[in-house]
Design a protein around this ligand. Structure first.
Ligand SMILES: Nc1ncnc2c1ncn2[C@@H]1O[C@H](COP(=O)(O)OP(=O)(O)O)[C@@H](O)[C@H]1O
Ligand SMILES: [Mg+2]
Length: 242
């Protein structure tokens, strides 16, 4: 099978600090991948490098065999950032309109996609409220609606479950499973190990800018929590110093 996402020896240095070190990874079409690691380990940086938002110092990123900045590639990927809602005076509906403009959808198609996405995240009733009146959970969900608006083949989500109450989490989880069932490739950063176990085909762990594990969930021989702690303890220099 052909990899839809491929990273080869990706590194990023800012000044004298290395913030990504030699990351190699590939994902197949339809794979749901969870990216784990402590705070500050490099998850968001890796995702931004894959998306072409930051340029790696060395190494290679390919999505569908092309550079992430390729326009055709950008049309086929969706991204939900950790917390970037600059336009809080917009309503949820207007926020989706604003994002939809980048995808060359007809007015009719855009209306259809907006309603679909809002239904998926349970925000139809709130579509005409301004984002500054949205709760954290609602902002997460409108971010998710924005990421799937143009029906992308690959969806990147940076901690989609954070800040959600149990109802919101269940909704997002069900949506990810539904997207998975339709063959979408999903790459998500998360802290929630049980979600990785119940949603993902595979996962990787990043610790202090290095990839320290890449596993198939079905092949795990111990609870994911134990596996995670073991890998972090083995690889964390801070632990070794203490
Ligand atoms: N533009 C930047 N300049 C300097 N350091 C950065 C920059 N972006 C990220 N970092 C550092 O890189 C590390 C990884 O950050 P990040 O990818 O946000 O981690 P995670 O998403 O896993 O919590 C952090 O220690 C952070 O301080
Ligand atoms: Mg992050």
């Amino acid at each position: 099978m052909k990899a839809v996402i491929s990273l080869k020896n990706l590194s990023k240095t800012i000044g004298k600090s290395e913030i990504l070190s030699d990351i190699s990874l590939s994902l197949q079409s339809g794979e749901v991948f969870g990216f784990l690691g402590p705070n500050g380990a490099g998850k968001t940086t890796t995702m931004k490098a894959i998306l072409g938002i930051i340029e790696p110092t060395s190494g290679q990123v390919r999505i569908f065999g092309k550079l992430p900045t390729d326009t055709a590639v950008q049309m086929r990927i969706g991204f939900m950032p950790e917390n970037t809602y600059l336009y809080k005076y917009l309503t949820g509906d207007e926020f989706l309109d604003f994002n939809g403009r980048f995808y060359n959808l007809s007015r009719e198609k855009l209306e259809e996609r907006k309603t679909w996405a809002l239904e998926k995240v349970g925000l139809v009733q709130a579509r005409n409220k301004r984002l500054n009146a949205y709760s954290k959970g609602m902002l997460q969900r409108i971010g998710l609606a924005q990421a799937i608006l143009h029906d992308p083949d690959i969806i990147f989500l940076d901690e989609p479950m954070s800040g959600l109450d149990p109802v919101g989490r269940k909704m997002v989880k069900d949506l990810l499973l539904e997207l998975k069932a339709t063959g979408k490739t999903i790459f998500f950063n998360t802290h929630i190990l049980s979600d990785v176990e119940s949603i993902c085909d595979s996962f990787a762990i990043i610790c202090e800018w290095h990839l320290v594990a890449h596993e198939q969930v079905a092949m795990l021989k111990m609870p994911i929590e134990d596996f995670f702690m073991e890998r972090i303890e083995e690889n964390s220099t801070r632990n070794h110093i203490e």
